[in-house]
Design a protein around this ligand. Sequence first.
Ligand code: SF4
Ligand code: SF4
Length: 375
Amino acid sequence: MSTASGILSRNDLSALFDALAARGLEVIGPTVSEGAIVLAPLDGPDALPAGWTDVQAPGAYRLHPRDDGALFGHTTPVGGWKRFLHPPTVRLFQAATTADGFTITEGAPPPPRQAFLGVRACDLTAITRLDAVFQGNPFTDPIYAGRRAGAFIIAVTCAQAGPMCFCASMDSGPDLRAPYDVALTEILESDHRFLLEAGSAEGAALLADLPLTPATDRDTAARDRQITQAADQTRALPPGTAERLGRMLDHAHWNAVAARCLSCGNCTMSCPTCFCATVEDSSSLDGATAERHRVWDSCFSLDFSYIHGGSVRESGASRYRQWMTHKLSSWHDQFGTSGCVGCGRCITWCPVGIDITEEAATFAAVDAARHPVEA
Ligand code: SF4
Ligand code: SF4
């Protein structure tokens, strides 16, 4: 049989973990922790969220049991894969005093190669957005590039979209639209199994080591049915948002959003493409060592836009406008794509339920009222 695709039975799933471990890959994937599905190191199939799904709404997230034992029967996990490529905190260097001065040790030890198991279409696209930021010419961030080069990506077909998902309108899903090593589709009909399809030579080599049986038309039809169903379930960002926001920078509605916004930064922390960071220095109490770390920052923090003498964006309205227009509008000018992949996390994890698609719809309605279409 071809090693480019095949069926792995649920009972043989541990063989996938074994094959990844044999390649020296640490498996990162979805698991239940503290009442949510998060991404964390997995030591085997038993760590996957079997029989759990998530229910998301603006400002709300709950786990619910499901009776079919699905392992990937949820939508977006809390946080994306960003933290494994662009860590929340990473040491840039350490300085240590010596008898005749000091020494500098650059960086931190690189992590082991990691396999990302269960990357959804929106998050797969989000990784390519981060690639453009951290590896786009002429600058390459060595911390990101090292982790990215070691990542082995096992994408997963979305069988369902959550109520916060709008990937289809952002050209980021629900079908896989960016490179991966292996695509996995979980099929629950008749017997619990996985359709595995290689997307790279390394992916094909992995599949060759697994106890696969040939995939049939029934299996690929199940995959296509899942994608169609998920696409039908997504909602949409209004068309023309990128251009519209660019010409509505002074509109009063920014103040209305800011009246609700807490400037907590949850939206930026949960977003799989927000990449802003700052540097923090610290020293040991005895003064023998000092370290500089890069840590995530947010355009919602007052200090983020601090330039000599004060912050450029002092009002909440200016900070929300900066975030939303960058994601949906000026990112196009910078990188040629949207900065938003429609994962919906910023809506779910906003404590007051501010919904980026609703705000975009409000701007569309205001714009339509200003410029009515001639009959
Ligand atoms: S802006 Fe919101 S919906 Fe878009 S990628 Fe970020 S978290 Fe997801
Ligand atoms: S939009 Fe929501 S999540 Fe983002 S800073 Fe404001 S209150 Fe926090």
